[in-house]
Design a protein around this ligand. Structure first.
Ligand SMILES: [Zn+2]
Length: 389
């Protein structure tokens, strides 16, 4: 709960990096920089060894990790939490996509009751990827907007929903977006082949972010030979009210798409996600799934169907996503870190997360030179420490 981390290079996302100390009391950051040792009496001290100290990574779109899958069982939440701190994650939104229906309401209640019991990583709420989507992608539901069902889903989740993915081209979607805004749930656009006009209407109603941008955003059809058509991607890039996130594994979105979004929106407008699933963070190999096939994991690739070789989800972890962004983007490091910390916190309205400042939650990661996590804290509690050697 209490700790003094001294001799660290403190990353303030988007703002800068400077040497100093961070004092944590009762799970919150109380002082940053030159910490008066008289105020830190009897607090356990950790020597940062001159290493980088950042806010913990926040993943707003992840279905599972390692062998855990959030929509399978309560135990999967605890299993995920045991491995996430090792990748520098301190906050995730378990993302569900095949259980947002009336027969699953009891299951959603059980999952929602599990979230506050998980301690090694913060799970402030769900991301519901559907069911009001236009294109199925990896088996997601595609039904018209229905505010009655929406309210039943939110109630079953005990109100613990921070984001919902919708498509601007889903029938009757505008009332759903308006209801989400009223609930302070961030409406995310995805799984869409919407026109620019449909997208504009969704943004006007309150859709403010696009998730796994470019993935399940098929190119519009050419109707005038030689004239490049515009659609939802251009409408999203053109509108300063909208931020975007990418699966930064080099497979689900090209680095050129990420650079284009950076040029359009600035560092504040681009977010790193994993969209990870079973297989993420595991060593190369073949792993069982509940879907009737096995997935094959290789370094630097998505998880693939073992026999068909088709993409079967992302195997990315947030720490590797940060490394990829450092390789692809020529911007100051504190801006790259913001894409995995401050920016997702802002998308979700989590004001005490993603920052190293007095009053912020003490969700912190000390990093090794190779950008593997050395030490991770959640609410000031040490949840992971890499063993020496
Ligand atoms: Zn997803």
């Amino acid at each position: 709960m209490n700790v003094l981390i001294h001799n660290a290079r403190i990353v303030k996302p988007g703002a800068g990096i400077s040497n100093g100390s961070v004092l944590v009391r009762d799970g919150h950051i109380v002082a940053v920089g030159e910490v008066d040792t008289a105020t830190s009496d009897e607090v356990p001290v950790v020597d940062g060894g001159g290493r980088l100290l950042t806010p913990g990574l926040i993943d707003l779109h992840t279905h599972g990790v390692d062998t855990a899958l959030y929509e399978r069982s309560e135990e999967d939440y605890f299993a995920a939490a045991r491995v996430l701190p090792k990748f520098g994650n301190t906050c995730v939104l378990p993302t569900l996509y095949r259980v947002m229906n009336r027969p699953s309401l009891k299951l959603l209640e059980r999952f929602a009751d599990t979230l506050p019991k998980v301690k090694e990583v913060s799970m402030p709420g769900f991301h519901l990827e559907g069911p009001f989507l236009a294109l199925p992608g990896a088996g997601a539901d595609t039904i018209p907007g229905d505010v009655v069902l929406l309210e039943e889903l939110i109630a079953a989740c005990r109100g613990r929903v921070l984001a919902m993915s919708i498509s601007p081209d889903t029938k009757n979607i505008i009332p759903v977006i308006e209801r989400l805004v009223a609930h302070k749930i961030t409406p995310l656009m995805t799984h869409t082949a919407a026109t620019a006009e449909q997208t504009q209407a969704a943004i006007d109603a309150g859709a403010s972010h696009a998730t796994h941008f470019y993935d399940v955003f098929p190119a519009p059809e050419v109707t005038e030979p030689g004239v490049r058509p515009v659609g939802t991607v251009e409408a999203i890039l053109a509108d300063p009210r909208v931020t975007v996130d990418f699966v930064c594994d080099g497979v689900h979105a090209s680095p050129f798409a990420i650079r284009a979004a950076l040029a359009a929106k600035g560092w504040q407008g681009v977010v790193l996600i994993t969209d990870s699933n079973i297989g993420a963070g595991l060593l190369p190999g073949v792993y069982d799934t509940p879907w009737g096939f096995k997935v094959r994991v290789r370094d630097g690739d998505g998880a693939r169907h073992d026999e068909k070789n088709t993409l079967a989800g992302s195997a990315l972890t947030m720490d590797r996503g940060i490394v990829n962004l450092f390789n692809w983007l020529k911007i100051p490091p504190e801006q790259v870190w913001a894409m995995g910390t401050l920016n997702p916190a802002r998308v979700l309205g989590l004001e005490r997360k993603g920052r190293i400042a007095p009053g912020a939650d003490a969700d912190l990661v000390l990093w090794n030179e190779d950008l593997t996590a050395a030490h991770t804290w959640v609410n000031g509690i040490s949840v992971y420490e890499k063993s020496a050697g």
